[in-house]
Every structure is written in C-alpha cells, then in structure tokens.
Design a binder for this molecule. Structure first.
Ligand code: HEC
Length: 173
C-alpha cells in the first residue's frame, strides 16, 4: 500500500503529465493548421513550385530560370528558411518576398545600396510576415527532411491521384 502522502504525490504527477500531454496535443493541432495555410501560400500565392516544383524537389516549371535546388535535403533551420523567403538570396535567382526588403537593413543588414547589383529580384507576389512564417512552417514540416517524393504525398498535395502522381513510381526507378 502507498502511504497516503505518496499516493497524492503520484496522482499530482499523473495529472501534471496529463496536462502537459493536453498542451502538446493542442500545440500539434495548431501546427497542422498553420501548415495547411502555409501549403496554400506555397502552392498558389507565392508560386514557389514554379521554380522548386510542387514537391520542393527542384523539378520546377521548364519555363523557370532553373537552378532552384531541391529543398528536401536542405540543411536550413525553419528560421533560416523564413529568412530566405523574406530576403531572397543575393546574387542568385531566389527572389525576396518582403516588400520592404533592402529598403532598410532588415535583410542581412543590407539596404539596396549595400547589396548593389547582387540585389535579388522581387517575388511576383510579396508576402506578409505571418504568411512568410506559415510558408516556412510548411517547408520545414513537409519538405525538408523528406528526401524521397512519394505517391502518397502527391495525392495529399493535389487532393486526388492526378496523372503527375501516377508517374512517381517511374520517377524513382
Ligand atoms: C524564380 C525562381 C524561384 C522562386 C519563385 C522561388 N525560389 Fe527558392 N530558390 C531559387 C534558387 C535559384 C535558389 C538557389 C539559391 C542559391 O543558389 O543559393 C533558391 C533557394 C531557396 C532556398 C534555400 C535552400 C538552401 O538549402 O539553401 C529556400 C529555402 C527556398 N529557395 C525556398 C523558396 C520558397 C519557400 C519559395 C516560395 C515562397 C521560393 N523559394 C521561390 C529560386 C526560386
């Protein structure tokens, strides 16, 4: 038999653990919601697939400038992804999406004068801060760290098994 005091300490520990679990579950539900917002922006408003492909594997539209790498094996942290989306990559084809980038020193400590001819081009659509964060969440959760493109995620992305998804087995082989 547990001493009554021990027993109440044990039950306090159990309810603390239950409370923590509840917080974790509601946190992950919130994250899943953010990721769907980010996916929406990634795929439509921001037009990332034009260069990086819907799967972020670097298979963009043949009409894009090319050179967009796969994001699947990227080593960047979520915050670094957000920075690249916000500020682009000077001297490369990666555009910036913060309409005030390089008007002050918010991007890499450089304004237009500092970055000079290396200033990246502006994305076709600029994004609000929370939109940039949402896309970074999506890229970090669903693309980075998932090296192989699967048929399942293709169906999830497009909402049905479109022709593109049927080709995935072939693409892998
Ligand atoms: C016009 C083409 C183009 C568009 C549109 C574009 N990118 Fe890029 N992106 C590039 C290129 C090119 C690079 C490679 C930059 C370099 O050489 O460092 C790149 C690099 C990146 C990187 C850095 C990867 C790494 O590991 O260093 C991330 C992250 C990224 N893009 C995410 C995005 C997201 C998210 C979007 C949509 C908001 C987007 N890109 C839109 C062309 C594009």
């Amino acid at each position: 038999m547990l001493h009554p005091q021990r027993a109440s300490a044990v039950s306090a520990a159990i309810s603390a653990a239950a409370a923590l679990l509840a917080v974790m579950l509601s946190g992950s539900a919130a994250l899943a919601q953010d990721v769907s917002v980010g996916k929406q922006i990634y795929s439509s408003k921001a037009g990332c697939p034009f260069c990086h492909g819907w799967a972020g594997d670097g298979h963009g539209d043949p009409r894009s400038e090319g050179g967009a790498p796969t994001l699947r094996t990227s080593q960047l942290t979520r915050d670094q992804v957000a920075e690249v989306i916000q500020c682009g990559r000077p001297g490369t084809g990666m555009p910036y999406h913060d309409r005030f980038a390089y008007t002050d020193k918010r991007c890499y400590g450089m304004n237009s004068e500092d970055v000079g001819s290396l200033k990246p081009r502006r994305g076709d659509q600029t994004l609000q801060k929370d939109e940039i964060q949402a896309v970074a969440d999506y890229v970090s959760a669903k693309i980075i760290g998932h090296p192989a493109v699967t048929k399942e995620e293709c169906i999830e992305y497009f909402g049905s098994e479109i022709g593109e998804c049927k080709l995935i087995e072939q693409r892998k082989g």
